[in-house]
Ligand binder design. Structure first.
Ligand code: PLP
Length: 464
């Protein structure tokens, strides 16, 4: 293949797209976990030392297909219920392929006007769907971890600026103390964000959880009253990774604001409850927060990776993470955009795929996606309960916790289900006991997938 020869590139792209589509078409019928995986063989298939000579791109593609194939997990398929992993909608996937073809750097509106315009429109639509104020800024980032880090960086800036301290210039050494409060059931990415931002995790003042894993607002009131006035950041959560429970956002936000604090909501998947009439009451008061972390690669079913950081105080958002350099035009200006709201400098143009997912679904389609996942989670729970399993949570969203007798048997069921291949789900520890954890979040999942998966789990458990 010669440089500039577009016919060869077309053939190469077509082959890559065709292979990707073939893989997707097989998802409903292939075993979820790779059967008989030999990890050593998989590593060896990617080669040893890098050869000296160039390889034809088409041959590279052949090598990659051969090497990677045996190690792929059908996590984008309809019967993968592990972690909280969304699928990939057709238009969003195609837009992502185009994003690679276009190879834009979404740094700012000068370097890629189209990427920034797509982000702007997708951000407006998502704020509207989730109930986040239209005036909030939106940063397109890699995922929930980055969104939590950006949101808490904005919080750190805002709370310390109010105390007369310029943390971007002077750092945290010698700064007024910032209280950081979060629910005992927070996601681990909150802790990592606190580490990266120089707060450390020891600063955290935990708030007790209610029985469903949501934050107990009475304990929040107690914790807030017990400490000194001054800079304060409180992390709430929409969507407990075990139970799906949402913190009482309105009451908590009112309490925190009465203490002059900043409310950050980690809603990587749970914020999408706001996009569906039947689940919207769960996130009542969401609009009161100061910053929000959300994923597009979970419930919106945008291909990896894609997350959003929203902030009710765009100037604090930009002050915390924007940057500029003498050779840059379009960044760090009076009207910040793009990379001024994210951790990255050069960035993939993630807005195209997010925009395409929203256009493909429309407002009703997003609501239906959320509604369907919740209904299928309830269906899964009912089928397992009827088969004698213990359902440990109130299935308020898309997460189900299941127990088979004791810890040991529950773990054996998890391992055997993963091995058997009909579906994939993980284990978790909830309230000190082992559980099997189910997350229904893929647009491809049908009632038949749930029925077949529940039957497989019960069949395996019966043999234990
Ligand atoms: C998934 C998740 C995260 C982390 O998101 P990534 O996209 O994996 O970085 C944070 N918080 C919650 C509640 C999550 O479910």
């Amino acid at each position: 293949m010669k440089p500039g020869d577009s016919s060869d590139l077309t053939a190469l792209f077509e082959r890559a797209a065709r292979e990707g589509a073939r893989y997707r078409a097989d998802l409903p019928i292939r075993p979820v976990a790779p059967p008989g995986l030999d990890a050593e063989k998989l590593r060896a298939a990617f080669g040893d030392t890098l050869g000296d000579d160039p390889v034809d791109p088409d041959d590279v593609l052949t090598e990659l297909l051969t090497a990677a194939g045996p190690g792929l997990v059908a996590s984008s398929g309809p019967r993968f219920f592990g972690l909280v992993i969304g699928g990939a909608l057709p238009a969003a996937s195609a837009a992502d392929i185009l994003t690679t073809g276009w190879d834009q750097n979404a740094l700012n509106p000068v370097i890629s006007p189209a990427a920034l315009a797509a982000e702007e429109r997708a951000g407006i639509w998502i704020k509207d769907l989730l109930g986040i104020p239209a005036s909030a800024s939106a940063g397109f980032v890699t995922g929930g971890q980055a969104a939590n880090t950006v949101g808490l960086a904005a919080a750190r800036h805002h709370q310390l600026a109010a105390a007369g301290w310029d943390v971007e210039s002077d750092g945290l050494a010698g700064a007024p103390r910032v209280r950081v409060v979060a629910g005992a059931e927070r996601h681990a990415t909150i802790d990592r964000a606190l580490r990266l931002l120089g707060f450390g995790t020891a600063v955290l003042e935990p708030v007790a959880a209610a029985a469903d894993g949501s934050l107990d607002p009475d304990d929040l009131a107690r914790v807030l009253a017990a400490g000194p006035d001054g800079p304060l950041i409180v992390c709430l959560q929409a969507g407990n990774v075990n139970t799906g429970a949402v913190d009482p956002l309105r009451r908590s936000a009112d309490l925190v604001h009465a203490h002059g604090g900043w409310v950050h909501v980690d809603g990587a998947f749970g914020l999408w409850a706001g996009a569906c009439p039947s689940t919207r009451p769960l996130v009542d008061g969401v609009e009161l927060a100061d910053s929000w972390a959300c994923d597009a690669h979970k419930w919106l079913n945008v291909p990896y990776d894609s997350g959003l950081a929203f902030c009710a105080h765009p100037e604090a958002h930009a002050a915390a993470v924007s940057y500029t350099a003498t050779y840059l035009v379009g960044s760090g200006t009076a009207t910040p955009t793009g990379s001024d709201f994210s951790l990255e400098s050069s960035r993939r143009a993630r807005g195209f795929a997010v925009w395409a997912a929203l256009r493909e679904l429309g407002r009703d389609g997003v609501a239906d996606l959320v509604d369907r996942a919740c209904a299928l989670a309830r269906r899964f729970a009912s089928a397992l309960a009827e088969g004698g399993a213990e359902i440990a949570n109130d299935v308020v969203l898309n997460q189900v916790l299941v127990r088979f007798g004791d810890d040991e048997r529950t773990d054996r069921v998890v391992a055997a289900v993963q091995q058997e291949g009909t579906c994939w789900l993980g284990g978790t520890t909830w309230r000190g006991r082992r559980h099997l954890r189910i997350s229904v979040i893929n647009h491809l999942t049908t009632p038949d997938d749930v029925d077949a998966s529940a039957a497989a789990v019960l069949r395996i458990a019966a043999e234990m």
